[in-house]
Design a protein around this ligand. Structure first.
Ligand SMILES: Cc1cc2nc3c(=O)[nH]c(=O)nc-3n(C[C@H](O)[C@H](O)[C@H](O)COP(=O)(O)OP(=O)(O)OC[C@H]3O[C@@H](n4cnc5c(N)ncnc54)[C@H](O)[C@@H]3O)c2cc1C
Length: 544
C-alpha cells in the first residue's frame, strides 16, 4: 500500500461541498488535501463551437458528433440513467458510475457524479438562500450563515433581480449581478402575471426571474453569458458556475493538494489521533492511504452515508434518505403560438414561481424553462404520433412551449425512504428504496392542482404532466441526520460525525428537512462554515 503525506485537513469530494470547504480551509493557511474521483471531459467539450444554437443547427456539418454523441443509441438508452440535462458533454459525470458506485434499487433514481465538480458539473445553477426558520428545520444554526452565503455567492457569481415578489421566500441577493435577460416566451408570461398580481397574491403565488449562478457581467476569468442557448452543451465563457473553476484556482495555492483518480473506500481514527482514509487508485487499482488531523466528508449525501456505513462495516442499519419529489409540466403559452421567438437566450431556468398552499412556511417551487435546444427530439420520441406529424406539431409549438419543473419539500420517513449497505458479488453495494404514503401523494396532487390553476391564469395550458420516479430531482440529503444526542450514524450540530473525534461532514447528509428550493447554495455556505470552524479549532491545537 502506498502511503501519502499527512494533511491538516483532508476532504473527500470536489463537488460544491468539497470545493467550498477547501477554499475556506485554505484561506487559514493549513495544509489541505482533497481526494476525488475527479473525471473530466476530454472528448466532447472542445468539439462544440462557440456559436449560437441556431447558427450551429444551420451550418455545422459536425453537429451530430456533440448533440447526439458518438453512440446514438445512448441518447435513448434509459439504462444509462442520463436525464435529459446530461448531454454528451456531461457523460463523463456518469462514465464509471455503475462500476464505482454500485447500487440496487427498483424505485429510486440514483445519479452519482464521478466528475470533478460533482453533480454541479451539470447543474442548472438555480440559487436560493434559506430563511432562518428553514435552517432551523434542517438542523443548521443560522449563526453566521448569512456571512457564509455571501462568501459563497461572491465565489460563484449570482445574477438576480434587485427586488422581486419572490423575496425573501427564495432568498435575498443584495450583492447580485444584474439579472439575465429572459426570452420572449417568458416575457409574455411575466406580463400576464403583472396584470393580475392581486389574483396571484390572493392565491399565494409569486413569480420572478430565477436567481442563477450565471454571470451577466465579467468576473475574473469568467465572462458573461453569450445568450447562445448552448448552456447544456458547453461551458462557453465559463459563465455558468462549475466547482471545478474553484478547484483549478485552488491548485495554484502552495498549501493545497488535489488527488483525482482516487476512490475513498473507508476511514478510521488512529491511536495517534489522526484520521486514515483508505483509497483505491481508479487507474491502477492500488490501495493508497491518506492521513490527516481532520477529515471532512463532502462526497454527496448518498456517498457520504455509504462511507460512514462502510467504515463501520455496518450492513444492517438503514439510513434515512431525503430527496425533493418533482413533477414536470409541459404547457403551451397560447399567446405566443406561431409567433417566432427571439433567438438570443440562455438555456437555464428563466423564471421561478413559489406557491404557498397552507399556513405551513413551506413552498412548492416551480422553475420555468423555454424548451428548445435541449434534445427536443426526445419529446418527439415520446409523442404518440407518427414522426412526420409529431415533428410538424413540435415546430409549430416550439416558440410557445414552456416546461415547468415543480419541486416539493421532503421530510424523513425512514420506513419508506432509506438506503442500506449490502455485500455485493465483487464490492459493497448500496440498496436504495423510496415510496410515499397515500397521504403524502394526496397532498402533492392537491398542491399540483392549485399550481395548475395559476398556470392557466398565466396563459399556460398544461398538456402533459410527468411524475418521474423518486430521486429524479437529484437533490439528495438526510442520510446522517443532525441530532442533539449522540447516536450511531448521526451528526453533532457542529457537523462532527458521532463516534469520531475528527470526522466532519460538509454536504447535505445531516439535513433533517429538505426545502423545495434548490439546496446547493446552502450546501456551499454550510461547507464553508464547517471548514472555517474546523480550521480555527486546528489552529488553536498543537500539531501532532
Ligand atoms: C442536471 C442537474 C441539475 C441540477 N440543478 C440544480 C440547481 O439548479 N440548483 C441546485 O441547487 N441544485 C441543482 N442540482 C443538484 C446539485 O448539483 C447537487 O445538490 C450538488 O452538486 C451536491 O453537492 P455535493 O458537493 O454535496 O455532492 P456532489 O455534487 O455529488 O459531489 C460529490 C463529489 O464527491 C466525489 N465522490 C463521491 N464519492 C467518493 C468517494 N468514495 N471517493 C472519492 N470521491 C468521491 C464525487 O466524484 C463528486 O466529485 C442539479 C443536479 C443535476 C445533476
Amino acid at each position: 500500500m502506498d502511503s501519502s503525506a499527512a494533511f491538516d485537513i483532508l476532504i473527500i469530494g470536489s463537488g460544491p461541498a468539497g470545493a467550498h470547504a477547501a477554499q475556506s480551509a485554505i484561506a487559514s493557511g493549513l495544509r489541505v488535501g482533497m481526494v476525488d474521483v475527479g473525471q473530466t471531459d476530454t472528448h466532447y467539450a472542445h468539439r462544440v463551437p462557440s456559436l449560437p444554437f441556431t447558427q450551429i443547427r444551420q451550418s455545422d456539418p459536425k453537429q451530430k458528433e456533440y448533440f447526439l454523441g458518438d453512440n446514438i443509441e445512448e441518447v435513448f438508452d434509459k439504462k444509462r440513467k442520463a436525464g435529459t440535462h446530461l448531454t454528451p458533454a456531461r457523460y463523463h459525470m456518469i462514465e464509471k458510475m455503475d462500476e464505482l458506485f454500485p447500487t440496487r434499487t427498483h424505485n429510486f433514481f440514483c445519479l452519482q457524479s464521478c466528475a470533478q465538480g460533482g453533480l454541479a458539473a451539470g447543474w442548472g445553477g438555480n440559487c436560493f438562500t434559506y430563511e432562518d426558520c428553514e435552517l432551523k428545520k434542517i438542523g443548521l444554526s443560522s449563526n453566521r450563515m448569512r456571512f457564509f452565503y455571501d462568501e459563497a455567492m461572491a465565489e460563484i457569481g449570482v445574477s438576480a433581480e434587485p427586488a422581486s415578489d419572490l423575496y425573501p421566500s427564495v432568498g435575498t441577493f443584495p450583492h447580485a449581478l444584474p439579472a439575465l435577460q429572459i426570452d420572449t416566451n417568458t416575457e409574455s408570461i411575466v406580463n400576464r402575471y403583472s396584470n393580475n398580481k392581486e389574483w396571484f397574491s390572493r392565491n399565494g403565488f409569486c413569480l420572478g426571474k430565477s436567481p442563477l449562478a450565471v454571470l451577466s457581467r465579467r468576473q475574473d476569468d469568467r465572462g458573461p453569458n453569450p445568450y447562445f442557448d448552448m448552456d447544456f452543451w458547453a461551458d462557453i465563457n465559463r459563465s455558468v458556475y462549475r466547482p471545478r473553476y474553484t478547484i483549478e484556482k485552488l491548485t495554484r495555492e502552495p498549501n493545497f493538494h488535489y488527488e483525482p483518480g482516487m476512490l475513498a473506500k473507508s476511514f478510521h481514527e488512529t491511536t495517534a489521533g489522526e484520521v486514515a482514509v483508505h483509497c483505491q487508485n481508479i487507474d491502477t487499482d492500488h490501495a493508497q492511504l491518506f492521513r490527516a488531523r481532520r477529515l471532512i466528508l463532502a462526497a454527496g449525501a448518498i456517498n457520504t452515508g455509504k462511507l460512514a456505513l462502510a467504515s463501520a462495516q455496518a450492513y444492517s442499519p438503514r439510513l434515512p434518505l431525503l430527496c425533493n419529489p418533482n413533477y414536470w409540466v409541459a404547457a403551451l403559452n397560447w399567446s405566443q403560438l406561431g409567433i417566432p421567438a427571439r433567438d438570443e437566450r440562455y438555456s437555464l431556468s428563466q423564471l421561478t414561481a413559489t406557491l404557498r398552499t397552507s399556513n405551513d412556511p413551506d413552498y412548492v417551487v416551480g422553475q420555468f424553462y423555454s424548451y428548445r435546444s435541449l434534445l427536443f427530439f426526445r419529446l418527439l420520441h415520446d409523442m404518440p404520433l407518427p414522426p412526420a406529424l409529431g415533428l410538424l406539431l413540435l415546430r409549430l409549438i416550439s416558440s410557445s412551449l414552456t416546461v415547468i419543473n415543480m419541486h416539493f419539500s421532503d421530510k424523513p420517513a425512514p420506513q419508506h425512504r432509506w438506503l442500506q449497505l449490502k455485500k455485493g458479488p465483487t464490492a459493497d453495494e448500496l440498496v436504495l428504496s423510496a415510496s410515499y404514503t397515500p397521504n403524502e401523494l394526496t397532498d402533492r396532487e392537491n398542491q399540483l392542482r392549485k399550481f395548475l390553476r395559476c398556470l392557466f391564469k398565466l396563459g399556460c395550458l398544461p398538456f402533459r404532466i410527468v411524475r418521474p420516479i423518486h430521486g429524479a430531482s437529484i437533490h439528495y440529503a438526510g442520510t446522517l441526520p443532525f441530532s442533539e444526542q449522540e447516536q450511531p450514524f448521526s451528526c453533532h450540530p457542529s457537523g462532527r460525525l458521532y463516534g469520531y473525534k475528527n470526522v466532519y461532514i460538509a454536504d447535505s447528509s445531516p439535513w433533517r428537512f429538505l426545502p423545495s428550493k434548490g439546496l446547493t447554495l446552502t450546501i456551499m455556505a454550510q461547507a464553508r462554515k464547517v471548514a472555517a470552524e474546523v480550521s480555527s479549532e486546528l489552529k488553536n491545537e498543537t500539531p501532532l
